[in-house]
Design a protein around this ligand. Structure first.
Ligand code: GLC
Ligand code: MG
Ligand code: CA
Length: 549
């Protein structure tokens, strides 16, 4: 019989003190993909009321904040990332009252609300774009227009810029008689940040949502904000002969322009001025940028609280302990001093963690996300170990829908996501056995593991900045989290295929006896048992979390 160690755990933490630093520095933040989280009205699409009805799950999972992928008005060409009204709620998600109610309920539950801010582009159905097409002021230059170039008598796009979703980044608009730029789909025209009016409009958007009570923003697609104004061809990468591929060119004029950072700084200042005026509570600013390490770190300097650290998503099945150590160290050593590290293992744009790595490695990575210093980011469904759902996709990037199937709440119709048996994306067939309800009842489930580790975040050692990271006996990735006078935490993951016995003597002041707080299911070292710290055996693929008694 399995015995949950709830009582023991409660006693253990009765002395944990709450951190007094800025709320986001050590937060656990949860990404909600609104279309797939919870449907309240039976149309098969998730909505705001659905989210509100499930906030207790976030509290239960020891989450401090959540960020919402866009809930604003959208023709849904890119599932909400094509916005036709930056200050309206899409009817499929509900109403502005529903949004206000969600924020209120979240705040009652001490959950911070972070919104997706999508500044690079709007939908082509946005009023601004329609008026820009007609050259109605002040909208004429709200977007990036170009008359094109004449190549041997035929009119062609101004240059060879490729869209992120492949093909030319330029589309001809008959009415205006010009090309407009779109770094994503042609229904997502890029906004022109060289136009001051537009810059002001977007600040008004920020103010609007802060007045609705949001506690911060996740800024979408930051590398794409500005383009080089000379409109020169980009050099060919030589990586592919397919001229339509986004990899055909090296994006030196369309990504990572210096002005992007200055814009981020402007938003920082704007948000801070608002906070200073209203309540002196800092709003968080998180940046989404797939970039090399130096371009990523630069966002810290220009006011981001943190750019997402996607590093752990590079871990593959063949990665060895040393690769993982290097991966973590690359982030930590490049991090500007005093900045907040953060760890992301999945999101709506990538395959599911368990599908990429299998359950055991996924659990090892989860231990890193939750127990390394800084902020932890969890994509909805990752806490219950959801896997990709095979889907014949009409997503513009083609491959992303498998990670977007509805959340698996229980074993009833549509996994409890909707009363409708037909949902916008199919529910994964494994929902009868893989769902929150079933996993909650099982101490050895993915969710029980996730939750136990998430709970450990309350310990001062995990809240601290201290990290000692080691590779032991080639296969064991080991790290210790410590805080003076407090209980320490040790995480050991075996990335090899053999059992390894290691000593933790390498870590500062390690006591002779340690407590097994948690281990991946199915191994001998059960939670609550004691081990000698100079001789800990870790089976292949297992993760063990130890702590001082
Ligand atoms: C971001 C979003 C992605 C979207 C793109 C364009 O990368 O995460 O889902 O398609 O921006 O807005
Ligand atoms: Mg609905
Ligand atoms: Ca742009």
């Amino acid at each position: 019989m399995k015995i949950c160690l709830a009582l023991w755990v409660t006693m253990l933490f009765s002395c944990a003190v709450k951190s007094e630093r800025s709320w986001w520095k050590t937060m656990s933040i949860y990404q909600i993909y609104p279309k797939s989280f919870k449907d309240s009205d039976g149309d098969g699409i998730g909505d705001l009321k659905g989210i509100e009805s499930k906030l207790d799950h976030l509290v239960d999972s020891h989450v401090n904040a959540f960020w919402l992928s866009p809930v604003t008005t959208s023709p849904m060409v890119d599932n909400g990332y094509d916005i036709s009204d930056f200050v309206g709620i899409d009817p499929s998600f509900g109403t502005m009252e529903d949004f206000e109610s969600l924020v209120k309920k979240a705040h009652e539950l001490k959950l911070k609300v972070v919104l997706d801010f999508v500044p690079n582009h709007s939908s082509d159905q946005h009023e601004w774009f329609k008026k820009s097409v007609e050259e109605i002021e002040p909208y004429t230059d709200y977007y990036v227009w170009h008359e094109g170039r004449n190549v041997n008598g035929t009119l062609e796009p101004p240059n060879n810029w490729r869209s992120e979703f492949n093909g030319s980044a330029w589309t001809w608009n008959e009415k205006r008689g010009a090309f407009y730029l779109h770094q994503f789909t042609k229904e997502q025209p890029d906004l022109n940040y060289r136009n001051q009016g537009l810059v002001e409009e977007m600040k008004n958007v920020l103010r609007f949502w802060m007045e609705k009570g949001v506690d911060g923003i996740r800024i979408d697609a930051c590398p794409y904000l500005f383009e080089d104004p000379r409109f020169l061809d980009e050099p060919l990468s030589g990586k592919t002969t397919d001229p339509n591929s986004k990899d055909y060119t090296i994006h030196i004029y369309t990504k990572h322009q210096h002005e992007n950072y200055e814009m981020i700084q402007q938003w920082r200042d704007f948000i801070d001025e608002y906070s200073a005026k209203v309540d002196q509570v800092p709003r968080v600013m998180i940046v989404e940028a797939y970039a090399n390490i130096s371009s990523t770190m630069k966002y810290y300097k220009y006011g981001a609280d943190f750019p997402f650290n996607f590093g752990l998503m590079d871990i593959v099945n063949s990665s060895e302990a040393i690769d993982v150590k290097n991966n973590i160290e690359r982030w930590m050593t490049n991090l500007p001093s005093g900045s907040t590290p953060n760890w992301v293992a999945g999101n709506h744009d990538n395959f599911r963690l368990v599908s990429r790595l299998g359950v055991n490695r996924a659990m090892a990575i989860t231990a890193m996300v939750l127990l390394l210093p800084g902020a932890a980011v969890t994509y909805n469904g990752e806490e219950i170990g959801m896997i990709d759902t095979p889907i014949d996709s009409d997503d513009p990037a083609r491959f992303r829908d498998p990670a977007r199937s509805p959340f698996q709440w229980d074993f009833t119709v549509s996994a409890g996501f909707s009363t409708n048996p037909k949902t916008w994306l199919p529910v994964n067939k494994n929902y009868l056995t893989h769902n929150l309800l079933t996993e909650k009842a099982d101490c050895e489930s993915y969710y029980s593991y996730y939750k136990a580790l998430a709970f450990l975040r309350k310990l001062p050692a995990v809240q601290s900045e201290y990290l000692q990271l080691e590779v032991l006996k080639k296969d064991i990735l080991a790290f210790a989290r410590k805080e003076k006078g407090e209980k320490s935490v040790y995480v050991l993951s075996n990335f090899g295929d053999q059992i390894r016995t290691v000593s933790l003597g390498i870590f500062k002041n390690t006591p002779a006896i340690l407590l097994v707080y948690r281990s991946t299911p199915g191994i001998l070292l059960k939670p609550g048992s004691l081990v000698e710290s100079y001789e800990v055996s870790i089976p292949p693929s297992a993760t063990i979390v130890l702590m001082d008694i």
